[in-house]
Design a protein around this ligand. Structure first.
Ligand code: THU
Length: 161
């Protein structure tokens, strides 16, 4: 029997001022996008923003529905937004922000479905997407790729098409 271990690393920034100007702009756009959330059922307002290779920043926010399973996450709205506007332009980074009053003490991880969607755009453009997650707490986490959060991922490469 052989045993494998998967390691990943991520960075923790104590506050937004430690990041580059373009990352700060991206995170600020994700924070502002929370205002565009339609979250009357959960009151959990999530904002997201993507930075494209052509320097465009596009936003997304969660959109809920009275039929609860139909809710769409902020990350997916932002990525689909970019896929519609600039289908051939690579995605360099994605910022996610949660704006809730009882501030969760650590930045929120993207849900499993969003991880799979983020992976799809890494695969589509053959480029890793930097991910920044932040909440009302000051700390910001940075991951260089969704693969850190989705080991043993399933992708189009497994379909052999
Ligand atoms: N939500 C997101 O927008 N992104 C995630 O990664 C996790 C959850 C939204 C979906 C729903 O509108 C609300 O947060 C509560 O789950």
């Amino acid at each position: 029997m052989k045993q494998n271990t998967v390691n990943f690393s991520y960075s923790i920034f104590e506050n937004i001022g430690e990041l580059s100007e373009s990352s700060q702009q991206l995170i600020t756009a994700a924070r502002k996008a929370c205002d565009l959330a339609h979250a009357p059922y959960s009151q959990f307002r999530v904002g997201a923003a993507v930075l494209l290779q052509n320097d465009t920043i596009l936003q997304g926010a969660n959109q809920e529905n009275a039929a609860y399973p139909m809710c769409t996450c902020a990350e997916q709205v932002a990525l689909y937004h970019s896929a519609m506007q600039f289908p051939e332009v690579k995605v360099n980074a994605l910022a996610i922000h949660v704006n809730v009053n009882n501030a969760i003490s650590h930045p929120p991880s993207p849900c499993g479905a969003c991880r799979q969607v983020i992976l799809e755009y890494e695969q589509k453009h053959r480029q890793d997407i930097n991910i920044y997650i932040s909440s009302l707490a000051n700390e910001i986490y940075h991951f260089e790729s969704i693969k850190a959060l989705l080991p043993f991922y399933f992708s189009g490469d497994d379909l052999n098409v």
